[in-house]
Design a protein around this ligand. Structure first.
Ligand SMILES: Cc1cc2nc3c(=O)[nH]c(=O)nc-3n(C[C@H](O)[C@H](O)[C@H](O)COP(=O)(O)OP(=O)(O)OC[C@H]3O[C@@H](n4cnc5c(N)ncnc54)[C@H](O)[C@@H]3O)c2cc1C
Length: 467
């Protein structure tokens, strides 16, 4: 069925929206509409009735009021990376925060105030100008906003905690259009919910993050071995990372080698096992700490050495271009026994697309220092994270989705509850409940009833107020 979204066809009084809104208002009649509606995950090719590109908290409040008055479902977009398709909508109002790009770094206080349209590459550049950083995404184009609200797992997390652990304060526009301050001391109940509870409670129009001295030069990078060596390489990585200090981050990826200049031609397109790691001390300390990884076996690609923090943060960018189709499953593990490693390798051998990797990352460290009850997020006692992302370009979605689901099921004997939902497609209410656990879920429902009783913010890992 073809949907028409011209303003006249849906009878919206867009003049009243424009009257109180400083940013751009786009409909299907505008040339820039298609560029504005497109999402990272091409599975979600949706056509909003209207795209409101906010420039301020006042714009956000006005657009929310307009959508509610007109009975439009709202999707809120920060960086647009939601693999579950939450930041796009068919026929409703897409509130795009992309134009809100301000970043203010206070190097003395080691704080950054960040607007919600900022993506990680932009924030990292601004903080690295002062030799500072906070835990951010493993891809430079992921949005700060959705990433932080849903937990925020990044390479710095073992030393400095998740992104939501570095959130000090937020400015939030509520469902009723009020702008409020949220922190440990102001609306503390909401602060608890924002740290892992996703976009359920309002639109964050400013984040304040704690920063830490990092880089600018660090030691880290990537090693690549033929896939036949995966059993021993992953065991070695597991044994090394199990004992490594929290200054070390890293993991192993079962993937296909890209046709990149740094890969020997005979490995182009071949199944490989890739190791990524970094150390957050000086280059000398990093070289010493990562020597057991770098000196292991005979890697066919060795890009481990001194590098900039910014380059390390971009290490997976090339493998994840926007516009491909994605379906993700992910789980936490308390440990990775040999049998789990063998299961991962067997699943990787069945991958239905050469761009679908399986990732095993070490977590733990500072994530586990935060008391479980301090934030909405659960799963803090996990030591490992498994992430399988089906990523394809052909139209046979069912085949690739089936592979990701089967891979998750194969790992089930070793998983634990609490996986953050940012890494997951296809989230039903059971999955939301089990991710938070019964007690936290009930507390989130109470919070939702207080702050969004009509479920204005429903395009997210939703906590229905009536549940
Ligand atoms: C290629 C890729 C790499 C990734 N890497 C990582 C990684 O290393 N670590 C990790 O933890 N996750 C990672 N993710 C997952 C990522 O954290 C989530 O997709 C996250 O939601 C992205 O944030 P965003 O602002 O780009 O998302 P969007 O798609 O814009 O939004 C996601 C959700 O957050 C809500 N939201 C967005 N902005 C606001 C706001 N200001 N106020 C209230 N609600 C808001 C949206 O409504 C939606 O429900 C990755 C995703 C992709 C596609």
């Amino acid at each position: 069925m073809t949907t028409t979204n011209s303003p006249s066809s849906i009878g919206l009084d867009l003049d009243s929206l424009r009257a109180g809104f400083a940013g751009d208002i786009l409909t299907a009649d505008d040339d820039s509409y298609d560029a504005a509606r497109v999402a990272f995950n091409a599975v979600f090719d949706r056509r909003p009735a209207v795209v409101a590109r906010a420039s301020s908290a006042a714009d956000v409040a006005h657009a929310l009021g307009f959508a509610r008055l007109n009975g439009l479902t709202i999707a809120v977009r920060g960086g647009g990376h939601s693999v579950a398709g939450y930041s796009t909508i068919e026929g409703g109002l897409l509130l795009d925060l992309g134009p809100m790009k301000a970043v203010e770094v206070d190097p003395e206080a080691r704080l950054a105030r960040v607007q919600p349209g900022v993506v990680w590459g932009e924030l990292d550049r601004a903080t690295q100008a002062h030799g500072l950083a906070t835990t951010g995404g493993r891809m430079t184009t992921t949005g700060v906003a959705g990433f932080t609200l849903g937990s925020g797992s990044g390479w710095l997390e073992r030393l400095h905690g998740l992104a939501c652990d570095n959130l000090v304060a937020a400015e939030l526009v509520t469902a009723s259009g009020q702008t409020i301050a949220v922190s440990e001391t102001e609306n503390a109940d909401l602060f608890w919910g924002l740290r892992g509870g996703g976009g359920n409670f309002g639109v964050v129009t400013e984040f304040t993050f704690r920063l830490h001295p990092v880089g600018p030069e660090v030691y880290g990078g990537m090693l690549m071995y033929p896939r036949a060596q995966a059993p021993e390489v992953i065991r070695h990585v597991r044994d090394f990372l199990r004992e490594a200090p929290r200054e070390v981050c890293g993991g192993a990826l079962l993937m296909h080698a890209p046709p990149a200049p740094f890969v020997p031609p005979e490995l182009h397109g071949a199944p490989v096992i890739t190791v990524i790691a970094a150390h957050w001390g000086s280059v000398g300390e990093g070289e010493e700490a990562l020597a057991p990884l770098k000196q292991y076996g005979d890697p066919r690609v060795d890009l481990m050495g001194p590098t900039s923090y910014l380059d390390f943060q971009a290490i997976t960018d090339a493998g994840n271009p926007p516009g491909r189709r994605n379906y993700w499953r992910s789980e936490l593990l308390p440990d990775v026994p040999d049998e789990a490693i063998d299961a991962l390798i067997a699943c990787a051998a069945q991958a239905t697309s050469p761009t679908s990797p399986i990732v095993l990352s070490r977590v733990g460290g500072a994530i586990s220092d935060v008391p479980d009850e301090a934030t909405a997020l659960s799963g803090r006692r996990a030591e490992w994270l498994f992430h399988c992302y089906a990523n394809w370009a052909d139209p046979d979605d069912a085949r690739h989705i089936a592979w990701a689901r089967a891979t998750e099921e194969a790992l089930r004997p070793w998983t634990m509850a609490g996986m953050a939902l940012n890494f997951v497609s296809d989230i039903d209410n059971n999955r939301v409940r089990s991710s938070f656990g019964a007690e936290k879920y009930d507390r989130l429902v109470q919070l939702k009833r207080s702050w969004d009783p009509e479920n204005v913010f429903s395009m997210n890992q939703n906590i229905p107020p009536g549940s």
